[in-house]
Write a protein that binds this ligand. Sequence first.
Ligand code: UT7
Length: 339
Amino acid sequence: MASAQSSAPPSGVEIVGSGSAIPEKRLTNADLERVMDTSDEWIVQRTGIHERRVIDHERETLGAYALEAGQKALADAGMAPTDIDMVMVATMTPDMPTPGIASVLTHQLGMGTIGAMDLNAACSGFVYGMNFANAAIQSGMARNILLVGADAITRHIDYSTYGRGAAILFGDAAGAVVVRATDRSGPGLLAQAMHSDGGGAEVLYVPCMPHHIPEEQGQDDRKITKVQMNGQAVFRFAVKTFPQLIEETLEMVGLGADDVQHYVCHQSNRRILQAARDRFGLAEDKLHVNIGELGNTVAASVPLVFDELRRAGRVEPGHRVMFLGFGAGLTWGSSLWQI
Ligand code: UT7
């Protein structure tokens, strides 16, 4: 199938499949205690994280995980790779600067010469991708889209006491969904928001050259190609922005917080997610947290939560699902769907 076709807008847009690919290798808090000055108690109390999964960067590629998640999502949707007419991969850590993971994936899956691109909005990437997938289908640009969120951020972590602020948070993984046009008028995107603030670029970034590091943060070769994070600044940004984003999205469609069955959020830190639950008085089974076992997996975290819910049979036709992401850039965004 080619993605150069144009057709009338469909009645609806539905999410018909999901899949996850999670590395086998576990990195527990006890493992971190052995290589840096930290403790299980400190990490759990500050973040809710007990362990993360990490890619073996010497032998594995992120592309292989994106492929596995994509194949599972297609199988779940009951669709063949050749049914897909556009592939998007949200990632900030492609295996190589070029080619993008998406175009390699289309070849591996025998999808032909369809449109394929990577998009980078850090931890918001998958949520942005949901909005662009909807727009592409509504415009007639595509009918069946495979959207993957994948990151191998641990490649950019300094596992020493010097890098411990970021080292405790992150893990690697890939998650995917299939989104397609439908003649049914019920399902589809109800509201979306996308924001950015480059004025906050320096609170979370990966410098590639010494001059990328702001003078006031201090030159140090150990910082090059490693995640630099002002944890407190990111925490403040997230705790403030996250509820605002939920409110903004609900207001667009005149819904209350309880009218949404599932809040599928970027897993940044258990305390940030708990603050949002408390703010809206949401039950635990509405705003999901799986950070304890997987850590913060950047663009993969949202599709991983969604796939977990689908596999548990908890996402039903007619449910409203709000996807929420926020992270480096700074970027933040929402995507509210009716299933
Ligand atoms: O996708 C978005 C990704 N980022 C986030 O969501 C990050 C949001 N921020 C956070 O989750 C928290 O800021 C952290 C968990 C990263 C850090 O917690 P915090 O309470 O903000 O700690 P802090 O950076 O203010 O540091 C407090 C103390 C410092 O020691 P002193 O100066 O008080 O003696 C740090 O050096 O804790 C120390 N510290 C650690 N101690 C043990 C920093 N990292 C560690 C560590 N283990 N891993």
